[in-house]
Design a protein around this ligand. Structure first.
Ligand SMILES: Nc1ncnc2c1ncn2[C@@H]1O[C@H](COP(=O)(O)OP(=O)(O)OP(=O)(O)O)[C@@H](O)[C@H]1O
Length: 269
């Protein structure tokens, strides 16, 4: 990836600098400034429609795949604006991986779910070792080491989600984005994913969208609370904004904003 060496603080791996995002003429999110620290887990929380997923997708140019979606502002990753014309979005997505709400393994064996993407990305090392290492990091190895040739679909929902995490890790990204990764899972599978996240934190930076306040509290170092207000032109739509960003401890114990307090105590959203 090209470097244009914009200055960012040393431990900041990714930052949003005055980012506004629209779908056609509909402004979904505006004026977001946010710094994500390396090695942290950051939760994005807030009421439905305030733009959490839109912001998350902007962090690895996933929004490029949505027709009409446009972004103003700068997303700096490792000193480079990832929206610079010279930057290859495929390379961005290799370095900033993503796990989605619904587990979406490939219609292939457990082994191939991991080997496939690695091969496409030019991996030329020991594939068996990579598959094992990735499955171990995603806390799935013990459960599937004896059935690597079975279909990915033969796994439970929670196991499929960990397979998707393993698949993402195999490409060796620096950041993993997770869009409500546990919303389709039962509480036990959810806890297993959360344990996996704690392990992954040793090597990766994680940014997660979650509706589950307890989850944000359990897993994240930092929390960004998004809210939405009526569009100024009175079209009835709402635009999201970053209302408060602080340590998770602070957000959940003594938030600065009244709306944050109301949201985390279940008064709206
Ligand atoms: N592909 C799209 N085309 C048009 N508008 C969209 C699209 N995706 C999202 N939006 C709009 O952008 C705004 C923000 O949506 P987004 O999904 O980012 O919010 P969210 O906070 O993640 O919501 P939720 O918590 O319900 O998933 C909403 O008004 C939504 O209707």
């Amino acid at each position: 990836m090209i470097k244009n060496n914009k200055k960012t603080a040393k431990n900041i791996i990714l930052s949003l600098d005055n980012v506004s995002i629209s779908y056609g003429t509909f402004e979904a999110v505006k004026n977001v400034f946010c710094n994500f620290k390396k090695g942290n887990i950051t939760s994005l929380i807030g009421p439905s429609g305030c733009g959490k997923s839109t912001v998350l997708r902007s962090l690895n140019r996933m929004n490029d795949l949505i027709p009409n979606c446009s972004l103003n502002g700068t997303v700096l990753f490792d000193g480079t604006n990832i929206y610079d014309k010279r930057v290859d979005p495929v390379e961005v997505r290799r370095r900033i991986g993503m796990v989605f709400q619904q587990p979406n393994p490939f219609p292939k064996s457990i082994y191939e779910n991991i080997a496939f993407g690695a091969r496409i990305n030019g991996f030329a090392g020991d594939m068996n070792e990579l598959v094992e290492r990735s499955l171990r990091k995603a806390a799935l190895w013990d459960e599937c080491k004896d059935k690597l040739n079975d279909s990915g679909y033969s796994l439970s929902g929670g196991q499929q989600q960990r397979l998707c995490i393993a698949r993402t890790i195999a490409i060796e990204p620096e950041i993993i984005l997770m869009d409500e990764p546990c919303s389709a899972l039962d509480p036990i599978s959810t806890l297993k994913i959360e344990e996996t996240m704690h392990e992954l934190k040793k090597n990766y930076t994680i940014i997660i969208v979650t509706h589950n306040m307890q989850q944000a509290l359990r897993v994240s170092d930092m929390t960004a609370f998004f809210n939405a207000i009526e569009h100024e032109d009175g079209d009835g739509g709402k635009v999201g904004y970053l209302a408060e960003f602080n340590s998770t401890k602070r957000i959940f114990s003594s938030p600065k904003e009244k709306t944050t307090q109301e949201y985390i105590s279940g008064k709206f959203g």
